[in-house]
Design a protein around this ligand. Structure first.
Ligand code: NAD
Ligand code: ZN
Ligand code: ZN
Length: 336
């Protein structure tokens, strides 16, 4: 099978011919139909984060495909099922986080496309219990971006405990942000979209944003204050300064939800304002299998739109360059 492989951090990926892997106990073999390119895949290939992946590895955690073989003791899926391979490739199932519904905090978790091979390939192996079923009514091309961008945006709105009528500022209208605008609308928020690119802001308006702010042309905190200030600010832009702007845009009692993971990942937040204004700062990491099931169900009911363009796996390095240049409308999806 063909796979896009990171052979050294910071180097272009290589398309390699590899043997089709065989499923072990509790695992399934998935024939990949589509896999989205998340900005996290670029962080992985570049080794941007404190905990680095070990090459060689296959990125890709927005994988969708058909179960082709099941290993021993698999009860969750049968051959022919369409499943998603998301970031949470495995969690222990018995720690305090796994049993109280916070499996994405499991300290023994394995991450697809990072600590285990992901879905930038014709086939991938996944723990059957962590392969989330993709329902009828969700096309694989849409299911791919929903598997990370969708579930992550959805979860970040959940953890902010948004009330209808609150003002949400969405910083960064990329893969995650274009779906966050839609989930924010679904919970009844007034949405202010912030980006540095007018085309992304036009897309945000088309997806239901009430207001847009171009942070390259005006100070977003001042522009948002003029619109009533933000009760919740969601940080999806790969830029520490955008986190600081998101913080500065908050009303008293506001919540800053940190989601993006820029390489120089430090933000400077004034303690005085945080305390006096009663600001909450929240970290949000992907979503659980149940969150993803809810994301798929909403999409099947026609409540969300995925904006994506197809690419071939051979174009992986060009696709990464496109995403970094800011020219991608929202998501690129490899059609395998
Ligand atoms: P993306 O490249 O598709 O989107 C980023 C968007 O931010 C782009 O639209 C870009 O124009 C905009 N932007 C850049 N600088 C800006 C600025 N200063 N102000 C406003 N907007 C700005 O990336 P993505 O795939 O949506 O991922 C975003 C980040 O989220 C990445 O760091 C990724 O690793 C991270 N991520 C986190 C989680 C999680 O669970 N916490 C999950 C997935 C991705
Ligand atoms: Zn991702
Ligand atoms: Zn656990």
């Amino acid at each position: 099978m063909r796979a896009a492989v990171v052979t050294a951090l910071g180097q272009p990926l290589e398309i390699q011919e590899r043997p089709v892997p065989q499923p072990g106990v509790g695992e399934v073999l998935v024939r990949i139909e589509a896999c989205g390119l998340c900005h996290t895949d670029i962080h992985a290939a570049q080794g941007d984060w404190p905990v680095k992946p070990t090459p060689p590895f296959v990125p890709g955690h927005e994988g969708v495909g058909i179960v082709e073989k099941v290993g021993a003791q698999v009860t969750a899926h049968v051959v022919g099922d369409r499943v998603s391979i998301a970031w949470l490739g495995h969690a222990c199932g018995h720690c305090r986080y796994c049993i109280d519904g916070r499996e994405t905090l499991c300290e023994s978790q394995l991450n697809s496309g990072y600590s285990i091979d992901g879905a930038f390939a014709e086939y991938a192996i996944v723990d059957a219990n962590f392969a989330v079923s993709v329902p009828d009514g969700v096309e694989p091309f849409d299911a791919a971006p929903l598997s990370c961008a969708g579930v992550t945006a959805f979860k970040s709105i959940k953890v902010a405990h948004v009330q209808p009528g609150e003002i949400i500022a969405v910083f960064g209208i990329g893969g995650l942000g274009h779906l966050a605008v839609q989930y924010a609308r679904l919970v009844g928020a007034v949405v202010i979209a912030v980006d540095i690119d007018d085309e992304k802001l036009e897309l945000a308006t088309a997806l239901g944003a009430d207001h847009v702010v171009n942070a390259a042309k005006e100070d977003p905190a001042a522009a948002i204050a003029a619109l009533g200030g933000a009760d919740v600010a969601l940080a999806y832009a790969v830029s520490p300064s955008a986190f600081e702007q998101a913080f500065a845009s908050l009303n008293r009692g506001g919540r800053l939800v940190c989601v993006a993971l820029p390489a120089d990942g430090t933000m400077s937040i004034p303690i005085f304002d945080t305390v006096l204004k009663g600001i909450e700062i929240i970290g949000s990491i992907v979503g659980t299998r149940q969150d993803l099931t809810e994301v798929f169900a909403l999409h099947a009911r026609g409540r969300t739109r995925v904006i994506a363009e197809g690419r071939k796996l051979d174009q992986v390095n060009e696709a990464i360059a496109e995403l970094l240049s800011g020219s991608v409308a929202a998501r690129l999806v490899f059609e395998v």
